[in-house]
Design a protein around this ligand. Structure first.
Ligand code: GN1
Ligand code: MG
Length: 367
């Protein structure tokens, strides 16, 4: 059984304190496989987060881990300088017994480990608007702490990650190839995507035209990529640093809205439940602008609501592309899962389109 193997072959290679005694699947990511590892020593139990990196998605694990360790070191320095708790306010890598940031096992798989942040959790849905507000402050602050990070030293872990025009081309290629014979079934969704081709260009054009600045961004700002402290209810730590790369503030803002301001789950099948909550949108705007603390230009502030539309469009398109290609990218838990996800993203986008003006008014209130 895999967990046995993890415990016997993988865990001993890392500098964990104590003896690995339990290893259980953990978290709800769509890409990597994550485990919560318990180690027992004379001093008691220690918990770690052990991850198998998705080698298909992340083609260069060494470059990826250089980014991750560089970003962690940077955050630690800033947190310590502000008198914060660097053990809880950033991820911390556990190095291997040879001092490396990751290992490759006998089957060619790549693994890495982090300290587990205790008495804190992630949320897959917004149970309380305060949590969403907290996540916004954390992502805003994250961006501010990395504002002076030497961006040129960052490797592009996934080239063209939020290049929406490129995502559109990839969708069209998948549609044409129709590798699984699913194109006919998704005619309505295809039409929805193609009717909105202009949307793919909006942010990309502003970036290439120079009106929006390139910043160091997280690029995967889902609510469940922030740890919330059980006791205080405050967001303490931004996790999932795999896609930290140069990007637009509107991407980070927009992806948070796509996931967290949705009144339904990302993969909801009952589309009547899907909508963009303007109350949650407002909470996020308030928190994000507080966290960014004046760092955004007027053009960036203007682009935030559009970021929500573009990220929702792009993500729906990515799910649909993966469905057409046979579900090789995002983990699925049921037949048609990626199609369900795509449909719910498009329902959300349709609702956002009706609310764009109101979103702009809300940003206006806090800028
Ligand atoms: C993936 O790994 P996870 O679940 O946090 C994906 C994001 C998508 C998201 C959709 C590296 O994030 O880009 O927005 O799923 N990450 C990667 O839920 O592709
Ligand atoms: Mg994640």
């Amino acid at each position: 059984m895999e967990i046995d193997r993890v415990q016997k072959e993988i865990a001993p290679r890392f500098a964990f304190e104590g003896r690995p005694v339990e290893c259980i699947p953990f978290g709800s990511g769509h890409i990597n496989d994550t485990y919560r590892l318990t180690c027992q020593s004379q001093d008691g139990e220690m918990h770690y987060m052990l991850q198998r990196m998705n080698h298909g998605v992340f083609q260069e694990p060494a470059a990826l881990m250089e980014n991750v360790s560089g970003v962690i070191a940077w955050l630690r320095k800033k947190i310590i300088a502000c008198g914060g708790d660097e053990k809880r306010e950033t991820l911390n890598l556990v190095y291997t017994r040879d001092g490396e940031a990751f290992i490759q096992d006998s089957e060619g798989e790549y693994w890495r480990a982090f300290l587990l942040i205790e008495q804190a959790r992630t949320y897959d849905t917004v149970e309380d608007p305060e949590i969403f507000y907290q996540s916004a402050v954390a992502f805003g602050r994250f961006q501010r702490m990395l504002a002076d990070y030497p961006a040129a030293t960052l490797h592009e872990t996934i080239p063209d990650f939020h290049n929406t025009v490129d995502r559109l081309h990839k969708f069209e290629t998948a549609l044409k190839a129709d590798a699984c014979g699913r194109a006919a079934e998704v005619a309505a969704e295809t039409q929805f995507v193609l009717e909105r081709r202009d949307l793919a260009h909006t942010l990309c054009d502003r970036l290439s035209g120079g009106s929006l600045p390139l910043r160091v961004t997280h690029n995967d700002t889902k609510l469940n990529n922030v740890m919330i402290d059980d006791q205080t209810g405050r967001a303490i730590c931004v996790i999932d640093l795999d896609t930290v790369m140069p990007g637009l503030s509107a991407y980070d803002f927009g992806d948070s809205i796509r996931f967290g301001a949705n009144t339904a789950a990302e993969d909801e099948r009952d589309l009547s439940l899907v909508s963009c909550s303007l109350e949650l949108f407002e909470q996020y705007v308030k928190g994000y602008l507080e966290g960014c603390a004046g760092a955004l230009t007027p053009e960036e502030l203007d682009a935030l609501p559009l970021g929500a539309l573009v990220m929702t469009y792009e993500c729906g398109m990515r799910f649909l592309t993966d469905y057409l290609e046979g579900d090789h990218y995002f983990k699925i838990h049921r037949e048609g899962h990626n199609l369900d996800r795509a449909r719910s993203q498009f329902a959300l986008l349709a609702d956002m389109e009706k609310k764009l003006l109101q979103m702009q008014e809300i940003v206006g209130k806090y800028r």
